[in-house]
Design a protein around this ligand. Structure first.
Ligand SMILES: NC(=O)C[C@H](N)C(=O)O
Length: 306
């Protein structure tokens, strides 16, 4: 089994070494599996359980002070499952898998997704707050007073720094108020067993987002995609990733004959040109070739073959 994982595209983290150790453990855990769906699910679950990443425990907090998780999973036969806006769900990737395998649907949201998780024995009601998110949330001093007040608050702030720490004009925004140096850390995995491919992505979204906001991660073709040619997981500025269906774009380039790395680089170049924003992708093709590209300051990855 070949597994490649990422820990989000964004500004360079202060703690790359311990993060890298978790990524290595995730890749190894996935590579011990014999089925690519198990491989991506188990790899992502390791990352969701680490407070160092913005997925599961340690996820970003939305404007109403609630943490909601999102994930998507897909296989090369185009089976797909996604789930979003789930409070108290650490392993969003496992809910995405339930949607794929146990329902006739592709995407389930909110309270009902949490109920579905419960029915299939995925733990709910989990405390997803980490020390870091608690401190950051307290520092932000979010307004109380409902949706209108929250919207006014986030409109000035959301996207003032993208996951690469740059403002929308491409200038460094290091001294912007409320800039979040850890606005990255979405996690993803791709796996190949020599015949079958799978891809999965999981996140808590982005800081300073309106309650109920859903980014690219659970949108098929945007935050994740898998075709018989390639498995892809994306990370970065979710609204921009979705508007150019970034993961689908990478797979399409592989389908047109490009190598995994070239396909990833070309898709990121196109993404940057079309949106002026930052993102990263990992890809594993049906020849077992790994590829990745990003235009943010950093994107940590780890891979393992067994
Ligand atoms: N850090 C990320 O990758 C965020 C994620 N793509 C989102 O927009 O929800």
């Amino acid at each position: 089994m070949q597994v490649l994982v990422h820990g989000g595209a964004g500004s360079a983290p202060d703690d790359p070494d311990p993060r890298q150790a978790v990524l290595e453990r995730a890749a190894e855990t996935g590579s011990n599996e014999t089925d690519p769906v198990d491989a991506v699910e188990q790899a992502v679950r390791v990352l969701e359980s680490s407070p160092r990443f913005n997925a599961g425990v340690g996820s970003a907090v939305q404007s109403d002070g609630e943490i909601r998780t999102d994930a998507g999973l897909m296989t090369d036969d185009r089976a797909v499952g996604a789930a979003c806006s789930m409070p108290g769900v650490e392993h969003a990737v496992s809910v995405a898998r339930v949607v794929m395998e146990e329902t006739p649907h592709g995407f389930v949201s909110g309270e009902q997704a949490v109920s579905l998780a419960d029915v299939f024995d995925i733990e709910t009601g989990v405390d997803l707050w980490s020390e870091r998110t608690r401190e950051k949330w307290a520092d932000l001093e979010a307004p109380t007073g409902g949706t209108k007040a929250e919207l006014e608050w986030i409109k000035q702030r959301y996207g003032a720094s993208d996951p690469g720490g740059r403002d929308r004009s491409g200038e460094q925004s290091g001294d912007a108020p409320d800039r979040d140096p850890q606005d990255h850390d979405t996690v993803g995995a791709v796996a190949f067993d020599g015949e079958r491919l799978a891809a999965a992505t999981s996140t808590g979204g982005r800081w300073l987002a309106l309650a109920g906001r859903v980014g690219d991660v659970p949108q098929v073709g945007a935050g994740f995609y898998c075709s018989p040619a390639a498995a892809v997981s994306a990370t970065g500025a979710g609204e921009d990733i979705a508007r150019v269906t970034l993961s689908r774009r990478v797979a399409r380039h592989v389908e047109c004959g490009l190598g995994a790395d070239t396909a990833a680089s070309l898709a990121i170049e196109e993404f940057a040109e079309l949106t002026g924003s930052t993102a990263g992708v990992i890809v594993l093709d049906a020849h077992g070739t790994l590829g990745s590209a990003y235009n943010s300051d950093a994107m940590q990855t780890a891979s393992r073959t067994r």
